[in-house]
Design a protein. Structure first.
Length: 131
């Protein structure tokens, strides 16, 4: 079995996952997943592993995540792990797509650029008074 490298993006966060033969350990930024906070992010990252339990117990996954916020990083890591597992075992692809398309396909939405005269928000403009 060979090593698999995959990446995932969500908003400004970028995650790179490395999958290799092992005993089922998952590390995010060199930290064991059991100590990763917040709990909701930890649960989201574990989702693809729960769907593919028998395969996840035979591989070690290491994820490096940078940029963005905590939930953006969690979704980027989830995408990278899902892609790595489906690359390793192609039969998982259909199961992942049926469960949640975001496990294999990146969410391309980004923050809208702020326009002139908008004071921080992308679309809200300053009110004009003519009378």
């Amino acid at each position: 079995m060979k090593t698999v490298h995959e990446s995932g993006k969500r908003k400004r966060a970028i995650a790179r996952a490395t999958l290799k033969p092992g005993t089922g350990r998952l590390k995010v930024n060199k930290m064991d997943i059991d100590y990763y906070e917040p709990k909701l992010a930890r649960m989201r990252i574990k989702e693809p592993l729960l769907l593919a339990k028998e395969i996840a117990s035979k591989v070690d996954i290491s994820v490096n995540v940078s940029g963005g916020g905590s939930m953006g990083q969690a979704d980027a890591a989830r995408l990278a792990i899902g892609r790595a597992l489906s690359n390793h075992r192609p039969e998982l692809k259909k199961m992942f797509l049926d469960y949640d398309r975001q496990l294999l396909v990146a969410d391309v939405r980004r923050k809208e650029v702020s326009k002139p005269n908008s004071r921080g928000q992308a679309r809200a403009k300053r009110q004009k008074s003519y009378r």
